[in-house]
Write a protein that binds this ligand. Structure first.
Ligand code: NDP
Ligand SMILES: O=C1OC[C@@H](O)[C@H](O)[C@H]1O
Length: 392
């Protein structure tokens, strides 16, 4: 009889996605036909309020004993925690992930991994030296549909691939002409102090589609980072990017990616996701169209001379807990990597998160977006306000 490996999680923050992710790891893996690993929630921490952590644990209806903390430092000092899920704003990721790594914990850190490529490199160097697992939480990479689409591309079903286009955009303003978005200026989506902006928040997903096809599928000894050109518009109220398009040229491979994101238009405008697909992969023999949000596709079409095959994307739910969002697959990857002593995911390797952050760096630099020294610093400081719920 084979044993089931259990990974013990500590959750850093009690915000929106922390709750969604935690509910996902509490689902029964059998509900998605996973039989080799499982997850246990052992601790939750809010940045500065013990009560928030306690309320969170009650809200997600976690079984067994779960430790509650009102400080991230206490969370990472908990010996029962193996891996910390960092679910704070982008501005905080570097300091928060370093806090966990320095305490000897494995880390799954929300996207975007960091604010700068140098910060990403420093996290990777720290994980490497300490022999700890580290991964950017790009859940989309781990969907069965993403795995199948990568396999289809690899196996030549649509021929040689030349171009990938991907967009993720949500109209958020009352009217584009008014120049005002619905987000308050302090909201993490548009607040420069929280490393807000369409690119770091949403654009990571359109970049995911470009990179998981045009970069990830390049042979290991032929890895080529793109030559990057871009255009971005700044939101008048805060200066964050609100409409951004990136052109990525991989000249040796003869391929081109186009990634876009923004807050003034909507991709797949209605509930049926009609309108522009969120990703289009174009090959010499056909195309794959991804329908539904770039972060969580609803179906994909394989279009060849032989016809069109439509495949639905399923996100199985645990019927007892009445929950299943699709973030559990990235958590399963963490469990298998930690179980097998792997510090890096093969599906989202460190080098790829760094290549994406280098692309982001160039786009932001060329577009004149300057985040403050406090959130771009690559010097770890356990006493940073970013580790205690503050900001710069
Ligand atoms: N994978 C996905 O589908 C999604 C990923 N994300 C990513 O997750 C991260 C968090 O996003 P989301 O959950 O929507 O954000 P929220 O604003 O809902 O939560 C952020 C949490 O961060 C903590 N925090 C610590 N310091 C600060 C500070 N100075 N200002 C604000 N919050 C602070 C707070 O938790 P506390 O005090 O309780 O510790 C807060 O609850 C981002 O990186 C985002 O890109 C977001 C949505 C979806
Ligand atoms: O990662 C994300 O996916 C869903 C979006 O609504 C959210 O803003 C973003 O952070």
């Amino acid at each position: 009889m084979s044993t089931i490996y259990t990974l013990n999680w500590g959750i850093m923050s009690t915000g929106g996605i922390a709750e969604t992710f935690t509910r996902d790891i509490l689902t029964n893996p059998e509900s998605r036909s996973v039989h080799d690993i499982c997850h246990q929630l052992v601790a939750v921490s809010a940045s500065s309020s013990l009560k928030k952590a306690e309320d969170f644990i009650a809200k997600v209806n976690a079984p067994g004993k779960v430790n509650a903390y009102g400080s991230y430092a206490d969370l990472v000092a908990d010996s029962s925690v193996q891996v910390v899920y960092v679910a704070t704003p982008h501005s905080h990721h570097f300091q928060n992930a370093m806090l966990a790594l320095e305490a000897g914990k494995h880390v799954l850190c929300e996207k975007a991994l960091t604010v700068t490529a140098i910060q990403a490199k420093k996290l990777v160097a720290t994980a490497r030296v300490k022999n700890l697992f580290l991964m950017e939480a790009v859940w989309t990479r781990f969907f069965p549909s993403s795995i199948r689409i990568r396999d289809l591309c690899n196996s030549g079903v649509i021929g040689d691939i030349y171009r990938v286009m991907s967009d993720i955009s949500y109209a958020n303003g009352q009217s584009g002409r008014s120049g005002r978005l619905d987000f308050p200026d302090s909201h993490r989506m548009v607040n420069l102090n929280l490393a807000g902006g369409a690119l770091l928040d949403l654009g990571i997903y359109s970049l995911t589609w470009i990179f998981q096809i045009l970069y990830h599928l390049q042979p290991e000894d032929e890895k080529e980072s793109p030559i990057v050109t871009s255009a971005l518009n700044k939101y008048k109220a805060t200066g964050a990017d609100d409409n951004t398009t990136i052109l990525m040229h991989f000249p040796t491979h003869g391929t081109i990616g186009v990634a876009s994101t923004g807050f003034w238009t909507t991709t797949g405008v209605n509930e049926k996701n009609e309108g522009m697909p969120s990703a289009i992969i174009q090959g010499s023999e056909g195309e794959i169209h991804v329908i539904g949000p770039a972060f969580k596709p609803q179906k994909y079409l394989i279009i060849t001379k032989g016809g069109v095959e439509a495949i639905s994307c399923e996100y199985p739910a645990d019927l007892e807990r009445k929950w299943g969002h699709g973030m559990y697959w990235e958590a399963d990857e963490c469990a298998r990597c930690v179980r097998d002593g792997r510090t890096e995911s093969r599906t989202l390797p460190w080098g790829e998160s760094i290549a994406i952050m280098e692309t982001v760096d160039k786009v932001l630099r060329d577009g004149g977006i300057i985040y403050s020294e406090g959130i771009t610093s690559d010097i770890f400081d356990d006493k940073s306000p970013l580790n205690t719920g503050g900001s710069w």
